[in-house]
Design a protein around this ligand. Structure first.
Ligand code: ATP
Ligand code: MG
Length: 424
């Protein structure tokens, strides 16, 4: 049997990197005092139709919709922001207070699978509610920057920045854009022709070279912004300058999702081909109201974790100097089957003393030679040998597998000292 198209199986080697890279990002979220929430995988279809927007790629053709047994239309979440806003709004946590939260987990979109683009993919998203100013936009961007630096991928990513202005300003701009493009409608790509009436700003985002050429002398949104949006944008840029965070202004940057207002940003890389955006976000002051809550300013971002992993893998063999090859640090060879219970107990005491250590006990018996072969294949640096002689004296024989030297017998206390990583 094969997996469903667009689903990915993650094997131990990748899962190991995943765990390290994700932990690194979560540590930064905690450091910035964001709180984790869990949001359901299934929501009513209506939440996304409203919260993401009817005229978006996601709602038009990417959602996994299904009918529940009672006939309700439900959808596998294609993104986390709408669900996050719903969860907090339902719990009354958006009323007269601010929230800074994060969520993580798989999202589902029916897309054409390719490297860095899957039908099930994993996002970590951070969202801040109740905060209208550019200060929180800057904090979110700083948070991303700090993550990339800790992962050692900061040199390979560029921050792209734009503002979409208020919904009113966008309305005026949308009209100007449509007026500009309508006479040349036939020269637009098919998707963009459709969007001219449904979601014209998405045309700016078109991948078609012909369409991009037609856009060269199109009106610019920046000329339509109201004073408040200009000040918000200038305020954000000045904070980024204070933080010495470099950015590139990209007037064509629009998000696929409808609920964005003012700030939009993406981190992109040249290293992953067409799937170059590892993280995207911005401000979405309109969202909470659209899904039935009180008007609430909000901003956030979502990280495409598989893309971060691909980039990390291109750039690094290791995380924090720790090689990602080995899954096992210590392999325990049990020379007599009847000692096995004693060994399991002893090894557990070792694990308690050194919780970071990954200790595997040989199972299935067999000759020492075969057990040693397994020890070697596991990638472990150390082997422990439990024989009659050792067990009688409450000891174990230890040997380094990757350096010359004899095996030495010792008790638990000395073993703990022996296996404690030396500070360099
Ligand atoms: P794209 O333009 O690549 O389709 P998007 O605008 O649809 O991205 P968002 O909805 O903003 O993406 O999601 C945030 C991030 O999640 C993206 O920047 C990307 O890193 C990741 N992402 C989105 N769709 C996928 C997918 N199908 N597979 C893997 N990662 C994805
Ligand atoms: Mg997309």
């Amino acid at each position: 049997m094969q997996s469903v198209r667009g689903m990915r199986d993650v094997l131990p080697e990748e899962a190991r990197r995943w765990r390290r890279v994700e932990d690194e990002m979560l540590a930064k979220l905690y450091g910035f005092a964001y709180e984790e929430i869990h949001i359901p995988l299934l929501e009513s279809t209506d939440l996304f139709a409203r919260g993401v927007g009817e005229a978006t790629d996601i709602v038009e053709r990417e959602m996994y919709n299904l009918n529940d047994r009672d006939g309700e239309s439900i959808t596998l979440r294609p993104e986390g922001t709408a669900g996050c806003a719903r969860v907090l709004s339902d719990a009354g946590l958006l009323y007269n207070q601010t929230q800074r939260v994060f969520y993580r987990g798989p999202m589902f979109r029916y897309e054409r699978p390719q490297r860095g683009r899957y039908r099930q993919f994993y996002q970590i998203g951070a969202e801040a509610f109740g905060l209208p100013g550019p200060d929180i936009d800057a904090e979110l961007i700083q948070l991303g920057t700090v993550m990339w630096r800790s992962l050692g991928i900061d040199d390979a990513v560029t921050l792209e920045l734009n503002t979409l202005g208020s919904q009113a300003a966008r309305g005026a701009y949308r009209e100007a854009l449509v007026a500009h493009l309508t006479p040349q409608k036939d020269e637009l790509d098919d998707d963009s022709q459709g969007r001219l009436s449904t979601n014209p700003m998405r045309i700016l985002d078109s991948k078609s070279a012909a369409t991009q050429r037609l856009l060269n002398d199109a009106p610019l949104l920046i000329d339509y912004l109201d004073q408040a949006s200009v000040e918000h944008y200038e305020g954000l840029k000045s904070l980024l300058e204070d933080l010495q965070i470099a950015y590139v202004e990209n007037p064509r940057l629009v998000r696929g999702l409808d609920y964005y207002t003012d700030t939009v940003f993406e981190w992109t890389t040249q290293a992953l081909g067409a799937q170059g955006t590892i993280c995207a976000g911005g401000r979405y002051d309109g969202l909470v109201e659209v899904i039935g809550g009180k008007p609430t300013p909000a901003a956030g971002f979502a990280i495409g974790v598989e893309r971060v992993l691909l980039l990390h893998e291109e750039l690094h063999q290791e995380v924090h100097g720790e090689t990602l090859n080995a899954a096992v640090d210590v392999y325990c060879c049990v020379l007599e089957p009847r000692l096995h219970g004693w060994v399991l107990d002893f090894v557990q005491q070792l694990r308690q003393e050194l919780p970071e250590l990954r200790v595997r006990v040989h199972a299935g018996g067999g000759k020492l030679k075969n057990q040693l072969k397994r020890a070697d294949q596991s990638g472990a640096d150390w082997a422990l040998f439990f024989g009659e002689e050792e067990v009688q004296h409450n000891r174990v024989a230890v040997k380094h597998l990757r350096e010359p030297g004899d095996q030495v017998a010792m008790e638990l206390e000395a073993l703990v000292q022996h296996l404690t990583p030396k500070e360099n």
